[in-house]
Ligand binder design. Structure first.
Ligand code: PEP
Length: 241
């Protein structure tokens, strides 16, 4: 399976700069040996999907509300994301777990709704710095996997140690290898298709460290925040894959 390089634009991008970023990515793509995805804010998904159409780069969302339609003022559904051109959706990002109080049960409901709408969920898991210092990373991530994926998970898992997100701090290769091996073992134990689930690493992936991280066994790609907002940096990460 080709590695997946996914860009999470978070809450960045007005019309002009999102279009410029999408055009910059499109213009710099060589032969794609990786699968590539960008996840703009809701307001830019349709425009970015139009710019990237036919390029081989997929577009995704960063969240949705897990009801098909109805009286949910201010929310959008998985079907609405599909309608805009999204193929993937990031779920349970640590920023949503922290800022919006998203629980594993809420993420599991979204996973189910995403798959029903034809979206591929990318479920984020990861420990805080304090949890790692206390040696609890496997217990925390194991609990998130058990609670967030549902019974027959068909999607992608992203291991994102929270202390590495946006900080420039990156776990050692040995720590990444250890956590990805642990996640694989848990997926095999918990899920019928667990042996084939792609596991991304996320947290301060940059052009300078991407090749080393992507070479780690069981790392099936990267979820990239800050560096996905600069076309040249994102393209260099894609090239490293
Ligand atoms: C993220 O928030 O998903 C992320 C990986 O961010 P960054 O690459 O900026 O650490």
């Amino acid at each position: 399976m080709r590695p997946l390089i996914a860009g999470n634009w978070k809450m960045h991008g007005l019309t002009e700069d999102s279009a410029a970023l999408a055009r910059g990515i499109r213009a710099g793509l060589g032969d794609l040996s990786a699968e590539v995805l960008v996840c703009p804010p809701f307001t830019q998904i349709a425009a970015v999907a139009a710019i990237l159409e036919g390029s081989g780069v997929a577009v995704g969302g960063q969240n949705f509300y897990p009801a098909p339609l109805g009286p949910h003022t201010g929310e959008i559904s998985a079907t609405m994301l599909r309608d805009l051109g999204a193929r993937y959706v990031i779920l349970g990002h640590s920023e949503r777990r922290a800022d919006q109080g998203e629980t594993d049960a809420m993420v599991a409901a979204k996973v189910k709704a995403a798959v029903a709408a034809g979206l591929i969920p990318i479920v984020c898991v990861g420990e805080t710095g304090a949890q790692r210092a206390a040696g609890q990373q496997e217990a925390v991530v194991g609990g998130q996997l058990a609670g967030s994926l549902g019974a027959e998970f068909a999607g992608v898992v992203a291991y994102e140690p929270i202390w590495a997100i946006g900080t420039g701090k990156v776990p050692t290769v040995a720590d990444i290898r250890g956590m990805h091996a642990f996640i694989r073992a848990e997926l095999v134990r918990l899920q019928p298709e667990g042996a084939g689930t792609r596991i991304l690493y996320g947290g301060s992936v940059k052009p300078g460290n991407a090749a080393e991280i992507l070479a780690v066994p069981e790392v099936g790609g990267a979820l990239v925040g800050g560096a996905s907002l600069v076309a040249d940096d994102f393209l260099r990460i894609i090239a490293a894959a």
